[in-house]
Design a protein around this ligand. Structure first.
Ligand SMILES: [Fe+2]
Ligand SMILES: [Fe+2]
Length: 159
């Protein structure tokens, strides 16, 4: 079982997001090192739930507030476009009609995209966002993000 980041309402939005990025990185590593196809599919299901919960809560509690500012428009659009690209790969991986070779290719692409996205967020977008949002708001968004992420996971756990 994968470890989940625990809810810590003292964390600001960036600390909370990065804690979930670490969970995603662990899941990508497990997915890469597992050879058994059925087990790979089970790890993928967990990664899918985490990616969806993270993207929904991150868009609502980071990118939408950042988008209210002119200097935050472009970075938010870029990040949300990448969330969409990950979703398209997830759709292929959920399509029961694809063979193992296609599935493995799409899975490798998803892992690459997740790693690229996390790095770009941490190295660029979060640094820019930190300058845009005042510290009090960063703190409040941290709690909102974590609650939303938890609720999303609970609501969609059986999918
Ligand atoms: Fe993201
Ligand atoms: Fe993220």
């Amino acid at each position: 079982m994968n470890k989940q980041a625990s809810v810590d309402l003292e964390q600001d939005i960036f600390a909370a997001l990065i804690a979930n990025h670490e969970v995603q990185r662990d899941m990508c590593e497990q997915l890469e090192s597992e050879q058994d196809f059925q087990k790979r599919k089970a790890i993928f299901s967990e990664l899918k739930l985490e990616l969806h919960a993270h993207a929904a809560a991150e868009e609502r509690h980071l990118y939408i507030p950042v988008m209210q500012h002119d200097e935050g428009l472009e970075l938010s659009r870029h990040a949300i476009t990448e969330h969409h690209e990950m979703d398209e790969l997830i759709e292929t991986l959920e399509d029961g009609r694809v063979g193992q070779e296609t599935w493995d290719e799409a899975c490798a692409k998803l892992i690459d995209k997740v790693r690229h996205h996390l790095k770009e967020e941490e190295d660029e977008f979060f640094k820019q966002a930190k300058k845009i949002l005042d510290t009090d708001l960063q703190q409040r968004l941290g709690a909102l993000y974590q609650v939303e992420h938890e609720e999303y996971e609970k609501a969609h756990a059986s999918e």
